[in-house]
Design a binder for this molecule. Structure first.
Ligand SMILES: C[S@@+](CC[C@H](N)C(=O)[O-])C[C@H]1O[C@@H](n2cnc3c(N)ncnc32)[C@H](O)[C@@H]1O
Length: 199
């Protein structure tokens, strides 16, 4: 398939999964952020607006896919506890890396409400059946991975957000299907590669 056909197919697919646009009232930059490159940069400004809009408590947050913890630290501004689950070896979309668990753990040590767990999400979800106020899914951007991890996250949280709904059709489709399957409300914030919101 040529590049133009690929792009056209992706655009057509995207419109098959319509989502109500999330329009924030206030964009606010949280105090604690780390200065690293991440596709998540910018989304830190919309988190508090989402928490207020849907009246989300601020005790427990879980994140699948921390990489170097840009989003993890952003979320740590709003919750008493943030658990971050990652392989810390990357994947085919974000790039494979040497194991960076120790180094990344040290870099977030100043934020004492962050706990990093090195695990495949598939192993982690087998042994945690607790509930969270908020969940964030930003792992490998396949349909299967997003759907499987997302189903657990949606069922174990009040509000679950998914990164890359604009840049990966597979993520958008999985988020669309998850909202349909669980009967929950679905929104999409289209900036910064897209943030799907299931609440
Ligand atoms: C796009 S990055 C996350 C970016 C991060 N949220 C940020 O703010 O920059 C995706 C991460 O998902 C992790 N990952 C991929 N597959 C995974 C799996 N099966 N279980 C746990 N983590 C996984 C990768 O190791 C990678 O660090």
């Amino acid at each position: 398939m040529g590049l133009r056909t690929k792009v056209r197919t992706a655009i057509n697919k995207k419109w098959r999964y319509p989502m109500q646009t999330y329009r924030p009232k206030n964009l606010r930059t949280p105090q604690n952020l780390i200065q690293i490159t991440s596709a998540w940069v910018g989304l830190e400004q919309v988190i508090e607006d989402i928490l207020e809009r849907f009246d989300i408590q601020r005790d427990r947050c879980i994140e699948f896919g921390t990489e170097f913890c840009y989003s993890t630290v952003a979320l740590s501004n709003y919750f008493k506890q943030v658990i971050g689950v990652d392989l810390f070896t990357g994947d085919e979309h974000s790039g494979y890396k040497e194991d960076h668990y120790e180094k990344t753990s040290k870099s977030v040590a100043p934020f004492d409400n962050i706990e990093l767990i090195q695990s495949d999400y598939r192993d982690y979800i087998k042994q945690d059946d607790t509930q969270y106020d908020f969940a964030h899914v930003d792992i490998i951007h396949t349909y299967e991975g997003t759907y499987e991890c997302g189903l657990w996250a949606v069922e174990h949280s009040k509000c679950c957000v998914f990164h890359d709904t604009e840049s990966f059709v597979e993520v958008r489709q999985a988020v669309f299907d998850l909202a349909k399957h669980t009967g929950k409300r679905l929104y999409n914030y289209p900036r910064h590669h897209g943030l799907g919101i299931i609440v």
